[in-house]
Design a protein around this ligand. Structure first.
Ligand code: GUN
Ligand code: FE
Length: 455
């Protein structure tokens, strides 16, 4: 045997920077006992033939079959785990009504741990089967059910960053679904953080507590301030919604006299480990504050089309230096697939650039330099997500985690249209991004462990 837990051989695609997908043809990947990529050797390197000869045939050597490829596992920066139970429904009403008539009544049901368990087990397995290896989750206000979600991630081998949601304002939240009071909201958050940190000791891939004010409208000033202090005390990640819609943006401006970006900053809720969902309505000052504090954006293009009635000016914010990754925003986005969201990110960006009002002359319709390619969308789903979370994930690179999805382009029930073995690898990459379904994802690995096999 050898010093590695696994050695993989095959062709991989990985993002270097937004516009550059690196093709690693016939590479060897050496995985250490911590599940990290210790070494990568390609055919152009002198030691390659000897290494291949040495390791091939050993019990822990895995060679991809013809038509199979490695992609980094996807990083989903925005999932409301409880909302999985209503995914695909009620996508045609305004955000405020959707929250009060559908979402809060559903989330209230997670006081029941057996209901929570059935939904969360199914969701975590479904996300893994869709190639998603790391997820930043909102749970509910319930401390126990939120902890259960973290436990299910730990057991199934997914890297879960989980927040107990805080909604303490009695004026803004319904009596059947909110924290008992501000003090309880903060005390529950603190004991949740400690419990997840304890759980993390047993989870090789990492599970992390996340400080999670739902959004400013649902929280009192005192809770927001207390949450900022807890995040600093325990050095946790932070997540919330920021400037999602005209309604949310306007509400904060009226209550606090400033934009939510500055309000969140004043409460100690922006920083390197902060990820804010949506952010469609940030102005240039808000965006500059995000860049300066290292705060990332989770871009949820499908959800934005349904509930925010807007498109994130992604290229503008990226050029200002903000880290951006992709989120499904289950269930405001109905799909568990980041492939679907990567495709939508491309479509939305094209519509932003070209504009849609034919009554205007072509040159006045859109916002120039807004479009992204599928390669850039892939960056958002992988390396961009890793950078947003400040974790060594989302790239096939030395000293990054072995989090991969093995794509089978010849899956019997989902064959991709590849008719020549000599087809250009960048063309194959694009076909994968546009056409993959869960049937094509034959295996998923997280931190060097196999966590999903297509049945
Ligand atoms: N704003 C506050 N809560 C939510 C939510 O659950 N989904 C979305 N899309 N926006 C929100
Ligand atoms: Fe959301």
């Amino acid at each position: 045997m050898n010093n590695y837990t696994h050695i993989f051989h095959g062709t991989a695609f990985s993002s270097e920077f937004p516009k550059k997908v690196t093709i690693l043809k016939d590479y060897l990947f050496f995985i250490d006992t911590n599940g990290m990529i210790k070494k990568m050797i390609g055919p152009e390197q002198a030691e390659y033939p000897a290494l291949l000869e040495t390791y091939e045939g050993q019990a822990n050597f895995h060679r991809l079959a013809e038509g199979q490829y490695f992609l980094p596992g996807f990083v989903d920066l925005h999932v409301h785990a409880p909302q999985w139970a209503q995914s695909g429904t009620a996508l045609d009403i305004p955000l405020y009504d959707w929250l009060h008539t559908y979402t809060f009544p559903l989330e209230a049901k997670y006081a029941d741990l057996s209901f929570a368990s059935s939904v969360y087990e199914d969701l975590v397995s479904t996300l893994l089967a869709n190639g998603t290896t790391t997820v930043l989750y909102f749970a509910t206000v319930h401390k126990e059910a939120s902890l259960l979600l973290a436990k299910i991630c730990a057991e199934k081998g997914q890297r879960g960053l989980v927040g107990k949601v805080v909604m303490d304002d009695p004026e803004q939240n319904p009596s059947y679904y909110r924290d008992a009071d501000t003090k309880t909201a903060l005390a529950d958050t603190e004991s949740f953080i400690l419990a997840v940190k304890e759980l993390a000791k047993e989870a090789k891939q990492g599970v992390y507590p996340v400080v999670t004010p739902r959004f400013i409208p649902s929280c009192s000033d005192e809770a927001l301030k207390g949450l900022g202090e807890l995040a600093a005390k325990y050095d946790t990640h932070i997540q919330s919604h920021c400037s999602e819609s005209d309604w949310a943006h306007g509400y904060v401006k009226e209550r606090l006299g400033k934009h939510d970006a500055f309000a969140l900053h004043d409460f100690g809720l922006l920083g390197d480990k902060s990820v804010m969902a949506h952010c469609n309505f940030l102005d240039d000052n808000d965006a500059a504050l995000f860049a300066e504090t290292g705060t990332a954006i989770s871009h949820c293009p499908l959800s934005n089309a349904y509930f925010a009635n807007s498109v994130l000016p992604l290229k503008r914010f990226q050029s200002m230096g903000i880290d951006i990754g992709l989120g499904t925003d289950i269930s405001a986005g109905a799909t568990p697939s980041l492939y679907d969201n990567a495709k939508q990110a491309v479509v939305s960006s094209r519509m932003l650039e070209d504009g849609v009002n034919q009554a205007l002359p072509a040159e006045e319709r859109g916002v120039p330099d807004s479009r992204i390619s599928i390669h850039e969308a892939f960056y958002l789903a992988t390396a961009g997500g890793g950078e947003s979370l400040s974790l060594p994930i989302g790239r096939l690179q030395e000293n990054y985690t072995w989090d991969v999805q093995i794509i089978d382009t010849k899956a019997p029930t989902a064959k991709l249209p590849i008719f020549s073995e000599a087809e250009d690898l960048d063309d194959i990459f694009q076909k994968i991004l546009y056409l993959v379904r869960p049937d094509n994802i034959s295996e998923v690995w997280v931190q060097g462990e196999k966590v999903h096999s297509r049945s």
